[in-house]
Design a binder for this molecule. Structure first.
Ligand SMILES: [Zn+2]
Length: 274
């Protein structure tokens, strides 16, 4: 079969508003169904009123990825694995599209957990034992027996920076605090991460719950392109908050490096005033 030519629009506005899950579903629907239009995707996948969205949200996402009308339904008679093989064999670079499609397969959650688990074990010989303990703790906290995907994922991600140590240094304020006051915080929000980014243990950093976790997540402070902590001038701060934040300003984020710089850049970009 002939795969059409990718034709990316260069406009990322709609794309950036969507999370990885939504983008996966839009791409899957566009390639595998020939009777679903942009308006229906806006309604069924994004929960929008197609009369006002006019299908422009899904269309913007697809056009950014280069999937214009020529791609509609090209895999309608093909199963997912076959489709992925077709795309892999094509001369064009479909690696990100393939990652999106793989995310829609039934076993994608299990394979993500497995991959993170392997990473954990390769970094810590006692990983397995501690992982079970952490899962147990998390189950006790909310009184529920089922171990969901995100819970397993968080248990593993938490295990990698903290191993079994009693105290850890916060990547932002540099205070060394008991590990139960620390969290493994996503630099780039988890929902926006692709599968390969979720598999990367460096997408999280150890930060304290005594301020830094919320300050960073909510965008009161940012890590600039040189890796230094700065107050986010795009937000309004009360004078008392400002004096708290000032204590960390100028610190070098200990989790900033060549690999993580892109995650911090994403976070800064997402906080810019629209
Ligand atoms: Zn801190």
């Amino acid at each position: 079969m002939l795969v059409p030519k990718l034709d990316p629009s260069g406009r990322d506005r709609e794309y950036k508003q969507r999370n990885f899950e939504e983008i996966s579903q839009i791409v899957h629907s566009w390639l595998f169904a020939d009777d679903v239009g942009h308006g229906e995707m806006d309604r069924d996948i994004l929960g929008l009123d197609p009369l006002s969205s006019k299908g422009w949200q899904s269309m913007g996402v697809l056009h950014f990825l280069g999937l214009k009308k020529e791609f509609k339904g090209i895999f309608r008679d093909t199963d997912l694995n076959q489709a992925i093989i077709h795309l892999k064999n094509d001369n064009q670079d479909f690696s990100f599209i393939i990652e999106l499609l793989e995310n829609t397969s039934e076993n994608s959650d299990a394979s993500l957990i497995e991959s993170l688990h392997e990473t954990g074990k390769s970094r810590d010989i006692d990983f397995e034992e501690r992982y079970k303990l952490r899962l147990g703790e998390l189950v006790d906290t909310d009184g529920q027996g089922n171990q969901t995907q995100s819970r397993k994922e968080q248990s593993i991600l938490r295990g990698i920076p903290f191993k079994g140590v009693a105290e850890t240094e916060c990547a932002i304020c540099h205070r060394t605090l008991p590990t139960d006051l620390m969290v493994a915080a996503h630099i780039k929000p988890r929902s926006k991460c692709s599968t390969s980014e979720r598999k990367n243990p460096n997408v999280v950093m150890p930060v304290c719950k005594v301020g830094c976790d919320d300050f960073f997540e909510k965008g009161y402070i940012i890590v600039n392109s040189g890796g230094f902590i700065r107050i986010n001038d795009e937000m309004n701060h009360s004078s008392q908050l400002k004096s708290i934040l000032t204590e960390t300003v100028g610190n070098k984020c200990t989790h900033f490096n060549k690999e993580t710089a892109q995650f911090f850049a994403y976070k800064r970009d997402s906080l810019k005033r629209k």
